[in-house]
Design a protein around this ligand. Structure first.
Ligand SMILES: C[S@@+](CC[C@H](N)C(=O)[O-])C[C@H]1O[C@@H](n2cnc3c(N)ncnc32)[C@H](O)[C@@H]1O
Length: 243
């Protein structure tokens, strides 16, 4: 049994079966045989529901290191590349591992690189929490220094890149990808989009960049309109394909 989401009103915690949850609501022992939908009581009589952990919970509950990809951007990556069951995905950098875990939960086998050893350790723990440690190989190292070996290890169906030096990997994408495979690059700043696109023009096709904007709607008694709180922009996503 994988980790469960423990929900009490608008409060949520993630624990593995057999673990203890201690909060101001009391101490809760999560049974080894906990099932989704079980109601569990703390020693103070407060009730939690044990829910199944799903993709968006990874973003909320993984321990954070590198800025994690938001669920909407993970959705765009998966929608535009079709990444899913049976695919081999090369991902960098791992960071918190949100994108890697989304891809693995969709059935892909993910090899992901993280330069920072401490971040890589946290990502391995996050993969275990997300129940995908058997499908995500978190490797400590700089992906740009492993490209010759990765070309040998490939081909990959999809490359997902979220680092400042993604263009260096995109330059080698024609060698890393299988025919019909996609590269997806997340860029927080528009300046790196140009670098990525110029690298992709040398050997890839179907090059497209999207600004990702999402507006939450507020639905109230007064009326319905886009929320005035928060920022709708997260970054830019560039996709390209190998013929
Ligand atoms: C923005 S985070 C990635 C977040 C990740 N996509 C997620 O969904 O959680 C970028 C990470 O890439 C790592 N990184 C930067 N350059 C790298 C490289 N050349 N090879 C491997 N990792 C790299 C950084 O240490 C950082 O943790």
């Amino acid at each position: 049994m994988e980790a469960v989401l423990l929900v009490h009103g608008d409060r949520e915690y993630v624990r593995q079966p057999g673990e203890e949850l201690q909060t101001d609501l009391g101490v809760l022992d999560v049974p080894e045989d906990v099932r989704h939908g079980d109601e569990l009581e703390t020693h103070l009589g407060e009730r939690f529901v044990a829910q199944k952990l799903r993709g968006p919970d990874l973003f909320e509950h993984f321990e954070r290191t590198g800025a994690p990809m938001m669920p909407r951007d993970a959705g765009l990556v998966m929608g535009h590349t079709g990444a899913g069951g049976g695919d081999r995905v090369l991902d960098a950098g791992t960071g918190t591992g949100v994108l890697a875990a989304y891809l693995a939960r969709a059935g892909a086998e993910v090899t992901t690189y993280e330069t920072d050893p401490a971040f890589a350790d946290v990502a391995r723990e996050n993969m275990a929490l997300g129940g995908v440690d058997d499908r995500v190989d978190v490797r400590t190292g700089d992906v740009t220094e492993q490209l010759d070996e990765l070309v040998e290890e490939g081909p990959f169906d999809v490359l997902t890149l979220d680092t400042g030096d993604s263009a260096a990997v995109v330059e080698r994408a024609p060698e890393l990808l299988t025919s019909g495979g996609f590269v997806a690059v997340y860029s927080p700043f528009v300046e790196s989009v140009r670098e990525t696109v110029e690298a992709a023009r040398d050997g890839l096709t179907e090059i497209r960049t999207f600004e990702t904007i999402q507006r939450r709607m507020d639905v109230s008694d007064r009326g319905t309109r886009p929320s005035t709180a928060g920022v709708g922009h997260t970054g830019y996503l560039t996709f390209a394909r190998k013929e």
